[in-house]
Design a protein around this ligand. Sequence first.
Ligand code: SAM
Length: 365
Amino acid sequence: MQGKVVDFPGTAEIIRELADSPVGDRALSGPGRLLLASLQASAAEIARISANINETVAAVVDATTPTSQLVGNLARDLIPRWHFAMLNDIERNGALATAVERQVKPGDHVLDIGAGTGLLAMMAANAGAAKVISCEANPLMAEIATQVVAAHGLSDVITVVAKRSDELVVGRDLERPVDVIVSEIVDCGLIGEGIMPTMRHAREHLLAPGGILMPPSARIHGALLQSPVIAGLNEVHNACGFDIGVLNTLSTVGHFPVRLHTWPHTLLSEATELVTFDFVHGSLDDGSTPVALTATADGTVHGVVAWFDMDLGAGVVLRNAPDNKSSHWMQAMIPLAEPIEVVAGQPVKFDFVWESGRLSVSSVS
Ligand SMILES: C[S@@+](CC[C@H](N)C(=O)[O-])C[C@H]1O[C@@H](n2cnc3c(N)ncnc32)[C@H](O)[C@@H]1O
C-alpha cells in the first residue's frame, strides 16, 4: 500500500486558515478567542488521530509489530474505561440476568440495545430466545461482542449489528418487530447515555404490540448537597491568589459523576423522589418539574445530588443510591449556578430539568 490512508492537511495550516476565517474575525473578544482555540485544538486532535491511523497501517504493511499491540495503541481510547468496572459489577450483572431470564420466553425474538460485550444478548439466548439481534453503536465494541458470542457458540442465535438502535429497520435488520427489548444504557444520572430518545424510538418502531420493554420505568431521587469540595470538582476561582476563573468556561454542563461517600459532604435535606420516567407509555421528551426540598439544617447548598432506581421488570430493581457503595455507578452531582445559604426549615424551590441527556436545576429560590 502506497502513501497515507488518511490525508489530513497539516495542523499548522488548518490553524492558520481558521484564524483567517470568519471565526478569526470574531476572535477579538475573550469568548471569540476561546472558540477559535477550541477549533484549533480539535484540528490538532484530528491530526493526531490521522497520524496514528497512518502509522498503524504502515506498521501492518511492515509486519514488524504484533497485531494485538497495534489494536491496543489505536483502540484503547476508543472504548470508555467504565466498561471494565461495569462488567465487574456483580449486583448489576445478576439483576440483569434475573430480569432477562424472567421475561424472555423460549422462541422469542429479542433486541438487545447496546451490546457492549454481548452480555444481555447471551443471557437472552440462554433463556431460550429463538433470535437475538444485538446492536452496538461503537463498531469496535460490536466486533468484541461478535467474537465473545462466537466463542460461546451462540452465533446461530445472536447476530451482532454494528449500528445504533435508531438506525435499525424492521424487514432489513430485524425479521419482524421483536417480543422483548433488553437494554442497559444508563449513566449515573440515568439519562446521559440517551435512554429517553432511544426507548421512544425502539418502542414505536422495533417492538411488537404488547411486547416487553426492559427497563419499563425508572425514578430519579435527590437531596440538597453541601460540599465545597465536590463543587470544586467542576469549578475553580482562585489559586495562590491568582484568579483563574476563565477555566470555568470549560466546566461540565449538567450533571457529572461523583462517588458521594468518598468526599466530605452534608446532605441538607431528606432524599426525595424528583421524577418518574415511564419508558413504556411516557412522552420521554425533554422537560422539567418544580421541586421544593426543605432544608434540614443551616448551611450552604452547592448542588443537588441525584441517583436512580431503575425497574428492570419482573420485580427486579437496580439502584445507585449513595448507600450502595459497591455499585460501579457513582451518584450524579447537579451543581447550582451559585451556592445559596439556607436555614433549617427553609423550603428550597427549583425546577428540576432533564434535557439532551443532562440533568440540571434552574430558577433556584
Ligand atoms: C452501559 S453499556 C452496556 C453494555 C451491555 N449491554 C452490558 O450490559 O454489559 C451500553 C452500550 O450501549 C451502546 N449504546 C448506547 N446507546 C445505544 C444505541 N441507541 N444503539 C446502539 N448502541 C448503543 C454503547 O456504545 C455501550 O457500548
